[in-house]
Design a protein around this ligand. Structure first.
Ligand code: KG4
Ligand code: ZN
Length: 342
């Protein structure tokens, strides 16, 4: 099955072609980071307009790269939520209309389910059930996965997502947008013991997270050390990263123990963080699965892959173009997780 995947939920236009026999045939991404950098964050209207400019040329380019033509497609998958309404509408309107014009099935994909499945692209499937740690700019969630669409929410952030906290700390350190990769790079030169930041909500039972206090702690430290030297920046970035990573590791360990699982799948933009990857591997008594960095952050491949799983299970999205800026993953219905669908 050959599926075109379209991702436009936020500030990246992603287009990919996934073939269930041949694997990933094309995976193109246009990042809007430069467009939004001047504003220190994503400007929704600018994001939608840029998706409109980029979507069609990217689809043409992907088809050319994969040496396939539109009639060769067996289906079209697009991110239908959660995300920015205007941005989602671009990919959904384009993808749904394209599928209609070709008389092929379409599927509106849940962006976080696509993140969750990305580590399985071209890899061995971990045995079910497993625990997934979803860490992106908008979500921090621990999920027990019993199959595609069989998700039990074990815990989530009560306020900021961890990626959002990385972005805000990046901003307060003057590291630009997006902050996550910049904070991680800056932390490399930081002293791990000069500052000790709190590990929020780890001193009580439970699997929920809270990152806004950690962010405020970082802000207070920044304000107390003005003007910041390069070393101050690195030390604060390191202290923040250590605290965020430690917190995630502690909660993952708890979640695995609570579910009796030996496999952890980590996904979403923050799963590209090298310290987090290393610590989870070293400190958990479990096998840790994650995707290559380009498949951790937003991309079209994960949408094509997740769409292929859903289409293979016989699911179809009707002709109405529906997007859901807020869409709890637990509302998804189960599909059959088949061996070797990829
Ligand atoms: O999954 P994603 O691309 O978009 C959303 O669905 O939100 O995640 C983006 C988030 C941003 O907050 C970004 O700063 C963060 O992932 N991120 C990182 C790293 N790479 C991306 N955070 C920490 N370390 C990284 N290396
Ligand atoms: Zn995402």
């Amino acid at each position: 099955m050959l599926v075109l995947g379209i991702e436009t939920s936020c500030d990246e236009t992603g287009v990919a072609l996934w073939d269930s026999c041949r694997g990933l045939l094309a995976n193109l991404l246009h990042s809007q980071a430069d467009l939004h950098a001047a504003y220190g964050g994503v400007v929704p209207e600018l994001a939608s307009r840029d998706h409109i400019r980029k979507i069609s040329p990217l689809v043409q380019e992907a088809l050319g790269e994969a040496c396939v033509q539109l009639p060769d497609l067996d289906g079209v998958a697009y991110a239908a939520g959660p995300g920015l309404m205007g941005a989602l509408l671009v990919g959904a309107a384009f993808g749904r209309s394209l599928a209609w014009s070709l008389d092929k099935p379409a599927i509106g994909v849940h962006h976080m389910e696509a993140h969750l499945l990305a580590p399985l692209i071209g890899a061995d499937q971990p045995p079910l059930p497993f625990v997934a740690l979803l860490v992106s700019g908008g979500h921090t969630q621990l999920v027990k996965v019993g199959g595609i669409g069989a998700y039990d929410m074990l815990g989530e952030s009560l306020d900021d997502a961890v990626g959002e906290a990385f972005d805000k700390v990046g901003k307060m350190l003057g590291l630009g947008y997006p902050g996550g990769p910049a904070v991680a790079a800056c932390a490399e030169d930081g002293d791990p013991v000069r500052f000790r930041f709190p590990r929020p909500m780890t001193d009580r039972p439970g699997l929920d997270f809270s990152f806004s206090g950690l962010k405020t702690f970082a802000l207070n430290t920044v304000n107390a050390h003005q003007p910041l030297t390069g070393q101050d920046r690195a030390d604060i970035a390191r202290a923040f990263e250590e605290a965020a990573v430690d917190t995630l590791v502690i909660k993952c360990r708890r979640a695995l123990a609570a579910c009796g699982c030996q496999h952890l799948v980590m996904a979403g933009g923050v799963s590209a963080n090298r310290r987090l990857r290393r610590r989870l591997k070293a400190q958990l008594d479990a096998e840790v699965h994650y995707a290559e960095p380009s498949l951790c952050t937003d991309n079209g491949a994960m949408i094509a892959y997740a769409g292929c799983q859903r289409l293979s299970a016989g699911e179809r999205t009707p002709l109405h173009i529906v997007t859901r800026p807020r869409w709890p993953m637990t509302e998804l219905l189960p599909a059959i997780l088949r061996d070797n669908v990829h």
